[in-house]
Design a protein around this ligand. Structure first.
Ligand code: SF4
Length: 341
């Protein structure tokens, strides 16, 4: 799949006070991409489209170059202490994506150019916790790798963290455009994870992302560039013959990583979940989706902001957890499973 290129770019005037803002303006001008001005990245108006459906599609190929004003980082349990905000939104069309609801009516992609302010804040958080290590997750609100060939803000963050004794960075991606990150001075302080899933899930629910094989090729490159490597298996979804589907996933993973140093390999496991508001949005945006979201078949779990989520019932969740852990143990006995949730 081709690297992401926005069809339309909005720029906040204040973004031009920063080197990255000016660089992006020049870049898109040279590429002939339409550029418009917006007073704030929260106030983007006029995304083309005759109806909400079309506007949603167009928003996913719209990039807003702006400033991150809220410098209070969100927490990011269980994978890290904080979410480091580099971008929001994603060009992918994964049906189950939680951004569908968290971004609500603003599904366009925002990139923040005031990296200096963001790094200063990250430094403060690290100082507060010293000598404990503080982990930052860079993919909480976007697929940051998927847009980084344009901005290089992730690369700068990797190098920033590479110099920190008490900081670590992690992110996850479904994109394979990693070449510019291979020579970043990461000093082993960034864990580069890829999101993987069974053929069924990738085929039916992950349009607009890199194929499994592309992700695996990128994973090999990343491991060969000495990054600590990880995989997030998410969402684990009980489709027909899911056991075989996930077994095949690990088999393919194993075969493709032969000869690659995977001593320091991690897995994170996340079962499928949905909220009631998400279900409504998904039905509207992907009306033909096969994603099964029947509340009666699930267990209700209280969630943040009072919005509960529907996860698999205990017996099924246990089945998922033991099955997937067994496969991991079989194919990658040295790997660490960091959590199942
Ligand atoms: Fe959402 Fe990730 Fe898919 Fe992007 S790649 S749509 S962030 S799940």
């Amino acid at each position: 799949m081709e690297p992401f290129m926005p069809q339309l770019v909005y720029i906040e005037p204040k973004a031009l006070d920063y080197p990255l803002g000016r660089e992006l303006k020049d870049k898109f001008e040279n590429l002939g991409v339409e550029i418009r001005e917006t007073t704030s990245h929260n106030q983007v108006r006029g995304i083309p489209g005759d109806n909400e459906f079309q506007q949603y599609r167009n928003a996913k190929s719209t990039l807003v170059v702006g400033l991150r004003r809220t410098l209070k980082f969100d927490t990011s349990k269980p994978s890290a202490e904080y979410a480091i905000p580099l971008a929001t939104g994603c060009m992918g069309h994964c049906h189950y994506c939680y951004l569908q609801t968290t971004l609500g009516s603003k599904p366009y992609i925002r990139t923040y150019v005031n990296l200096e302010d963001i790094f200063e804040q990250a430094d403060k958080y690290m100082k507060e916790r010293e000598p404990e290590i503080t982990r930052f997750e860079a993919a909480c609100t976007s697929d940051i790798v998927g847009i980084d060939h344009l901005t290089h803000s992730l690369k700068k963050t990797i190098e920033f963290m590479g110099e920190k004794d008490f900081g670590q960075l992690r992110f996850v991606t479904k994109y394979h455009h990693v070449d510019h990150l291979l020579d970043a001075k990461h000093n082993g302080r960034t864990r580069f994870r890829f999101s993987v899933n069974s053929r069924y899930v990738i085929k039916n629910f992950e349009p607009g992302t890199s194929s499994f094989d592309e992700r695996l090729e990128a994973a090999r490159k990343v491991a060969n560039a000495d990054y600590p490597l990880g995989f997030i298996v998410a969402p684990i979804y009980m489709h027909e013959d899911w056991q075989e589907g996930y077994f095949e996933l690990f088999e393919r993973l194993y075969n493709s990583l032969k000869g690659v140093n995977v001593d320091n390999l991690t897995f994170e496991l996340i079962q499928h979940r949905f909220t009631k508001p998400a279900k409504k949005v998904i039905a509207k945006r992907y009306p033909k989706t096969k994603l099964e979201m029947d509340e009666t078949k699930r267990k209700y779990k209280w969630g943040r902001y009072g919005i509960g989520k529907y996860v698999y019932k205990d017996e099924e969740a246990n089945d998922i957890e033991t099955t997937i852990k067994r496969y991991i143990h079989e194919f990658f006995p040295q790997a660490e499973v960091q959590y199942f949730t």
